[in-house]
Write a protein that binds this ligand. Structure first.
Ligand SMILES: NC(=O)c1ccc[n+]([C@@H]2O[C@H](COP(=O)([O-])OP(=O)(O)OC[C@H]3O[C@@H](n4cnc5c(N)ncnc54)[C@H](OP(=O)(O)O)[C@@H]3O)[C@@H](O)[C@H]2O)c1
Length: 331
């Protein structure tokens, strides 16, 4: 079944591993949905730090994924593959993608698409999947965050951080966030953090310990933060690692992990199975989409670029000056 998508489309290719300049507009073939897949006519595509890592040659797409960048997009269903039961042509969706979002059409598994939450624009909806799948699966399912617990997120002004602050707050946690400027810290407080810590002037370990310790920490920094995170955890605390912007190798004493019953865990979303991602999507629909509909969780959008200006969007994300998400307008 199809609305007759064209044979060719505009997309952004990674022409070689390198800086933002390697992102170039190109005309490529429109993909055809396989069993259980839908083809989305992309309206907006979210830009995420992992896209920049992929462009630089540091984060290879899974073998079955599109080599084009782009892990999330909103738009309308333009074709469905055999066996698809959940969606019909023309349905408005926002979806987690295995890749390929920087294009006029993108494929995903039907179970990885979600309806547009009530009251949310397609532009906002494109900014939800990558951060909501990542944050929910890591703080709730992996970290076991409970109402009343103290939660610390590093990189509080990032796409991930702005989502984590709002979600943890809506889950009833007490939220602490670190960020690298007074402006970023103010944004974290406006989103619901009871305390934002400018890590250039203040020591997050001392602040968290004075508050009783963090029950859950969501960290993307790693490096020197690893032993400091362990110190900042309360007894029985959980450290969830989702990236290592400062490096993954460090020498540290693990004795406290044992004596204070700490858990160190982590995950990356993209290589997980279709089954696991479908499970996260069900959780989001049940637990997170209602929060988006009430406005308790809204994507914070820093800036918008045209698809053809994807290189500019990558320059912006790599300045780290942005607060929240960067989005590409595709059609
Ligand atoms: N595991 C997963 O499944 C998964 C999924 C999605 C994203 N991620 C990771 O989560 C992180 C956030 O993603 P995002 O798309 O939200 O990124 P983003 O908006 O670009 O945010 C990254 C933030 O990290 C902070 N930062 C701290 N140390 C840094 C360093 N050494 N280099 C650069 N930035 C540093 C910066 O804020 P300050 O100025 O405050 O330092 C920056 O704004 C990325 O590392 C990404 O790879 C992981």
């Amino acid at each position: 079944m199809t609305l007759s998508p064209p044979h060719m489309m505009q997309a952004i290719e990674i022409t070689a591993p390198g800086g933002p300049e390697v992102l170039k507009p190109a005309e490529v073939t429109v993909p055809v949905p396989g069993h259980g897949q839908i083809l989305i006519r992309v309206a907006y595509a979210g830009v995420n730090r992992p896209d920049a890592l992929q462009r630089a040659g540091l984060y290879a797409p899974p073998p079955t994924a599109s080599p084009l960048p782009g892990l999330e997009a909103s738009g309308h269903v333009a074709a469905v593959g055999p066996g698809v039961t959940r969606w019909q042509l023309g349905d408005a969706v926002t979806a987690l993608l295995p890749g390929g979002g920087y294009a006029e059409y993108a494929l995903t598994h039907e179970d990885h698409a979600l309806p547009i939450p009530e009251g949310v624009t397609l532009r906002e909806a494109a900014c939800l999947p990558e951060t909501c799948f990542t944050v929910w699966s890591n703080i709730s399912l992996r970290g076991g965050l409970q109402a009343g617990e103290r939660f610390l997120v590093h990189g509080g002004s990032s796409g991930i951080g702005t989502t984590a602050i709002q979600l943890a707050r809506a889950m009833g946690a007490r939220v602490f966030a670190t960020a690298g400027s007074p402006e970023k810290c103010a944004a974290c407080v406006a989103l619901g953090a009871e305390r934002a810590i400018n890590y250039r002037d203040e020591d997050f370990v001392a602040i968290l310990r004075a508050a009783g310790g963090a029950d859950v920490i969501l960290d993307m920094v790693g490096g020197s933060y690893l032993p400091r995170n362990v110190k900042a955890l309360a007894d029985d605390g959980r450290l969830v690692q989702i990236a290592f912007l400062q490096g993954a190798k460090v020498e540290m004493n693990f004795a406290e992990v044992m004596t204070r019953r700490l858990t160190i865990t982590g995950s990356t979303l993209r290589p997980q199975s279709d089954f696991a991602k479908a499970r996260y999507a069900r959780h989001l629909r049940k637990h997170v989409w209602p929060l988006v509909a009430t406005g308790a969780l809204r994507p914070v959008i820093d800036s918008e670029f045209a698809l053809a200006d994807a290189a500019e969007a990558h320059r912006r994300i790599e300045t780290s000056d942005h607060i929240g998400k960067i989005v590409l307008k595709v059609s």
